[in-house]
Design a protein around this ligand. Structure first.
Ligand SMILES: [Zn+2]
Length: 135
């Protein structure tokens, strides 16, 4: 079955604005929601800081990761996705991203500042595209 991630127009706008504001560095965020069968539903976006402040990498601090997970739990949600942006390249996973996808096997949403495309992926036996559905 086709994997799908559902987010609403305002969440998409928050992520896009975050990516534009953080450029030329990569931006990042945690996505809170729930998972049912092949569908991931985003309920809340938790914007984070890229402590590397790099145009080619991103790292979320352990403190911010911890508060993100606690915040999600408080709301009865899970961290079901990771968002980051590519200021200078297409919205597809880099080799580094693929490595981190094995550590964090959630849905990864990538936004490209180049063409303003937003794509989603998940690592199963290989990296597969996830359909983004905007409500
Ligand atoms: Zn990346």
């Amino acid at each position: 079955m086709q994997r799908t991630i559902i987010l609403d127009e305002s969440q998409k706008k928050i992520l896009t604005n975050h990516a534009i504001k953080q450029a030329p560095a990569e931006s990042c965020a945690l996505l809170f929601g729930f998972q049912k069968d092949d569908t991931t539903t985003i309920k809340e976006v938790f914007l984070t800081e890229n402590i590397e402040n790099s145009p080619a990498n991103f790292t979320i601090s352990n403190d911010e990761l911890l508060s993100g997970y606690q915040e999600a739990e408080k709301k009865g949600l899970d961290v079901v996705g990771i968002f980051h942006s590519h200021p200078f390249s297409k919205a597809s996973p880099s080799i580094t991203d693929k490595t981190f996808m094995t550590i964090n096997p959630v849905v990864w949403i990538i936004f490209s500042n180049v063409d303003e495309e937003m794509n989603a992926y998940i690592l199963e036996s290989e990296v597969i595209p996830v359909k983004i559905k905007i409500l």
